[in-house]
Design a protein around this ligand. Structure first.
Ligand SMILES: NC(=O)C1=CN([C@@H]2O[C@H](COP(=O)(O)OP(=O)(O)OC[C@H]3O[C@@H](n4cnc5c(N)ncnc54)[C@H](OP(=O)(O)O)[C@@H]3O)[C@@H](O)[C@H]2O)C=CC1
Ligand SMILES: O=C1O[C@H](COP(=O)(O)O)[C@@H](O)[C@H](O)[C@H]1O
Length: 641
């Protein structure tokens, strides 16, 4: 039997606007929204040598690159926007090498410098309009253009240069030709633009090494922009205007010419008013050091704040990650750095804190006194990620280090002083530092079995785990002795993301005769589910109707799709908006990163030294049987898939 209950708030929520009822969004909901006032705030079938080249080589390479960089030279001081105040200093000593001022840019024929000889702009006398002239087709993009499905032509356009005194926002997507940019970043930016979450004077500038034009980029991304089912009004128009605000520049990642061109282009768009910039570094790790150093010196604005988004993986292990962090911190202030793990942009994650800290009924139960164990489950039915950087990294580095440990930190932290990002990060890092280093015998690692019928991409080296299960313990007074059972894998039976909290039995239960050996009846369980079907479920006992006394374990069920008639925004959208807002609570700070590596280090060392055998499991199955034994060892019963 299942019961449903509805968590209706006092004021009913108006229609489609409610795209993201989360903590961090409350400060930006439209005025008519009834909200409270927050302070915003492989097994290898190949040879081991090539494996080692790939596996260890990258790590060494990164370290070498890091060591080769010139010493720390953080330039300028950070202003209240997190931006660097003294631009002259970070531009470098030779003024003749510095980037163009808007004035210089306005007199420049942008023909070659800005578009690789493809597009032309001309500045009108008063400096308010640039005329964009459609470039002739460029052979270099013929292949790319062919690959574009149903391109939406954007006509030649004019755009207004920001001259109205309002602050502007330029979002530079570095690695703009990549998969991530195409599939996730540009669509998320469009969704934010569509919903009015980007400032009026927002511009998007794609940057990469390929010789493309503005128009090429627009064609490329236009096939991936979509409007939500519940947000369809003026969709085509909005796409067009978004594309008009989108530009492309090509250049190297390691030279100041490229980054200075980027800076000049953004200055031209920004005009004279306050200008803020976000740099989304959607490039492989190999390119990160080059990009960040030149970007820090040549592409930051001094007319507002600069924020840098760094993609996973965040290093390879503790030493490489620490070095990378030190390097980044020699170029940027901590509060400028946003390390993104898009899985943390899910509704479930934000709900962890909302549920706990905005209800009276959960927080008092949130400790070892009432909670027997917690299960954190993230299984993917797909193996899509296997072809990417995943090989050589594996699931521990890819998913456990950031996503799982961050989830546990948010779940288990003490109440933060406020919703301010730093207050939350202060609490998260305490949890991470209290988590006991993982003992290899408390860990089950597995790898899905690729068979001859499978795509070659699925074959991984034998040091790449695709399944991880472990019991983690937080050695602090709140959580002492409570096992946090983690299970995450690829190529599993079901796509499932949930947190299950099982409570202790009722002491001296006067209904024990009615419970028998039914564990469901003996235990209350709170399930926070993201996939499939986002829901909050609470298992409680109740009396079945009728004569006699029969207890039934029922679920109080808040099923999101029934309750909210709104599409859940993509997690990139959520997190990008957080960056725009300067809300960094879902992004890992350097000390969190280091603490997380310390937990995993013993296991990573065993994997890297080839001391742990990966248990092979069938694709589409339930994963290694060892995980069931591990669960049993800790007295936890397996929540079935
Ligand atoms: N895709 C995903 O789902 C996920 C991605 N990530 C992270 O985001 C990054 C970007 O992802 P994705 O777009 O899929 O990656 P890509 O491999 O597609 O790289 C993105 C762009 O970076 C440039 N690039 C590629 N290799 C190099 C290199 N060796 N040196 C310099 N530039 C290079 C290319 O642009 P050009 O040649 O035009 O300069 C490419 O288009 C990944 O490396 C990873 O770190 C993290 C989690 C998931
Ligand atoms: O960050 C990652 O996420 C994907 C899963 O993302 P989703 O949005 O498709 O659920 C995962 O496959 C990949 O390994 C990881 O790096």
């Amino acid at each position: 039997m299942s019961m449903s209950f509805s968590l209706r708030s006092e004021s009913s929520i108006p229609g489609p606007i409610v795209s993201r009822p989360t903590l961090s969004s409350l400060s930006r909901v439209p005025k008519n929204f009834p909200a409270c006032n927050f302070h915003r705030h492989h097994i290898i079938y190949g040879d081991a040598t090539s494996l080692c080249k790939r596996f260890c080589g990258l790590k060494l390479w990164i370290l070498q690159r890091l060591n080769l960089q010139p010493g720390p030279a953080k330039i300028g001081t950070v202003n209240k926007f997190g931006g660097i105040k003294n631009k002259e200093k970070y531009r470098g000593a030779d003024p003749s090498q510095s980037a163009l001022t808007p004035k210089e840019a306005s007199t420049l024929k942008l023909h070659d410098d800005f578009t690789g000889g493809a597009a032309q702009y001309s500045l009108q006398p008063k400096g308010t309009y640039l005329q964009y002239v459609q470039p002739p087709p460029d052979e270099s993009v013929a292949g790319l253009a062919k690959s574009i499905s149903s391109p939406r032509q954007v006509p030649s356009c004019t755009f207004s240069v920001n001259g109205d005194g309002k602050s502007s926002l330029c979002i530079a997507v570095i690695g703009a030709t990549g998969e991530l940019a195409k599939r996730k970043i540009f669509p998320a930016l469009f969704a934010l633009y569509y919903s009015g979450f980007l400032p009026e004077n927002a511009y998007i500038v794609g940057y990469s090494r390929k010789n493309l034009t503005d128009e090429d980029l627009r064609l490329m991304i236009s096939s991936t922009l979509t409007c939500r089912i519940d947000h369809q009004q003026n969709c085509a128009e909005k796409m067009e205007s978004f594309l008009r605000k989108t530009f492309y520049l090509y250049g190297g990642y390691d030279n100041k010419e490229g980054m200075s061109k980027l800076d000049a282009r953004m200055e031209l768009l920004e005009g004279k008013s306050e200008a803020n910039r976000i740099f989304y570094l959607s490039v492989p790790q190999e390119a990160l050091v080059d990009v960040t150093s030149t970007l820090a010196h040549y592409a930051q604005t001094q007319k507002g704040w600069n924020r840098v988004i760094i993609e996973k993986p965040f290093g390879f292990d503790a030493p490489s990650s620490n070095q990378l962090s030190q390097f980044l911190l020699s170029k940027f202030e901590e509060n400028q750095i946003y390390r993104i793990d898009h899985l943390l942009g899910r509704n479930l994650i934000e709900n962890l804190t909302v549920l706990r800290f905005s209800n009276l009924v959960f927080e008092p139960l949130w400790s070892r006194k009432y909670i027997r164990h917690v299960q954190v489950i993230l299984s993917e039915d797909s193996v899509e990620a296997a072809g990417k950087y995943f090989e050589g990294y594996g699931i521990v580095r890819d998913i456990v280090h950031s996503h799982i440990l961050q989830t546990i930190a948010l779940f288990a932290m003490e109440p933060p002083v406020s919703l301010d990002g730093e207050d939350i990060r202060n609490e998260k890092v305490k949890v991470l530092r209290s988590i006991r280093s993982l003992e290899p015998n408390d860990v089950i690692l597995g790898q899905y079995k690729a068979t001859s019928g499978n795509n070659a991409d699925l074959y991984l080296n034998d040091l790449t785990p695709t399944f991880f299960a472990a019991a983690l313990f937080i050695d602090n007074s709140r959580w002492d002795g409570v096992p946090f059972m983690v299970r995450t894998g690829m190529g599993m039976i079901k796509h499932r993301v949930e947190i299950r909290i099982q409570f202790h039995n009722v002491a001296g239960n006067i209904y024990r005769e009615c419970l028998g050996h039914n564990v469901d009846l003996a235990t209350n369980e709170l399930i926070l589910r993201d996939l499939p079907d986002e829901a909050i479920l609470l298992k409680v006992n109740n009396k079945m109707p009728g004569l006699g006394l029969h207890l039934d374990a029922s679920e109080l069920n808040l099923l999101y799709k029934d309750k909210y008639n709104a599409e859940v925004p993509d997690s990139y959208e959520h997190l990008l908006l957080d960056v725009v807002d300067g809300d960094n609570h879902l992004f890992m700070r350097s000390d969190e990163l280091a603490a997380a590596w310390n937990i995993l280090n013993p296991v990573l060392q065993e994997i890297d030294n080839n001391n742990i055998e990966l248990e092979v499991y069938e694709l589409g199955g339930r994963g290694p049987t060892g995980a069931y034994y591990l669960w049993a060892k800790h007295g936890v019963w397996w929540a079935d898939d």
